[in-house]
Design a protein around this ligand. Sequence first.
Ligand code: NAP
Ligand code: GLV
Length: 312
Amino acid sequence: MPIVGFYSKNSTVELQIEWEKRLRVHLPSLKLVPLLSKDAEQATSALLWNSPLEILNKLKNLKGLISLGQGVDHILKNNLIPKNLPIVRIVDPYMAKSMSHWVILSILNFVRDAYGYYEQEKNKQYKSRKELNFLSLKIGIYGVGAIGSVVAKDLHNLGFAVEGWSRTKKEIEGVKSYYGENSIEKLIKNCDIHVCLLPLTPLTTNIFNTSTFAKMKRGSCFINAGRGDQVVENDLIEKCKSGHISSAILDVYRDEPLPKNHKFWQQSNIRIWPHVAAETNPETAAKQIANAINCIEIGKLPPNTIDRNLGY
Ligand code: NAP
Ligand code: GLV
């Protein structure tokens, strides 16, 4: 009977019960126990989101960790986890599609000036606003992995010109692909709308800063659903104030929840979402998580185990 330690920041008992119910469809003998309880000493794997990490080193029966999301930076931060402990992440097409919907929503709001129309409506103003020609806009997707590749394809199918950037070479139909450290410059200079879907690693930390923003075209739109630490927030605020970045749509922040006194709230061309662009769905993710728990239990490396050297 696999015993699994469970921790999801801000989660309720109900959430743990829901996960247990969903996972038991695939692994009927499984037992979920709160990670911070005495029962967790027996756990062979742990299912985590934003958990305290020190506790994990005290659980001597642990053979693997599973992220309750597609990102694993919350587990790798501070380098506390032994290298030999496999870390598994969710890769769920449902989440990729959900992210695609959020990115499309953000881009169409920008292109059609939806916020301008909402303002007009408040003042009963019935008049057309300047419309951008979508044929002349290029969209750059930074990170074309499990999520970014779906977003890139969907945007291409909507009629946009799309370019993608990754570490290794990619072939995505209809999408111009660049790879390797230096080629990021192409997207930064070519594109009008910049969408960050990168994982957080030492190489992607602070990747969007004054220097990167300055190279973007004046009036660019910047969208971030990767991780907050990829953006130097004061640099973004300065560029939004000057209008160099005409609109920023953000879902992730260095400090979450975004503090009430954060300057982002004051900047009218920065749109704030509370880290909901693509939420984990227990219904669609349960099967692969149950499989990962089972693999860990029998000493097999689960699919979607991350590469510790790359950090994602
Ligand atoms: P993934 O499949 O691992 O894809 C990551 C992509 O980034 C890959 O294309 C990878 O290139 C590229 N990449 C990584 N480091 C790079 C570097 N140094 N230079 C160039 N390209 C680099 O990850 P995913 O499942 O798509 O998820 C991506 C991230 O989205 C997650 O880590 C998480 O931070 C974020 N996310 C956010 C939400 C939300 O609700 N806001 C939801 C889910 C995920 P290669 O393919 O060549 O390795
Ligand atoms: C959400 O941010 C995730 O990484 O799944």
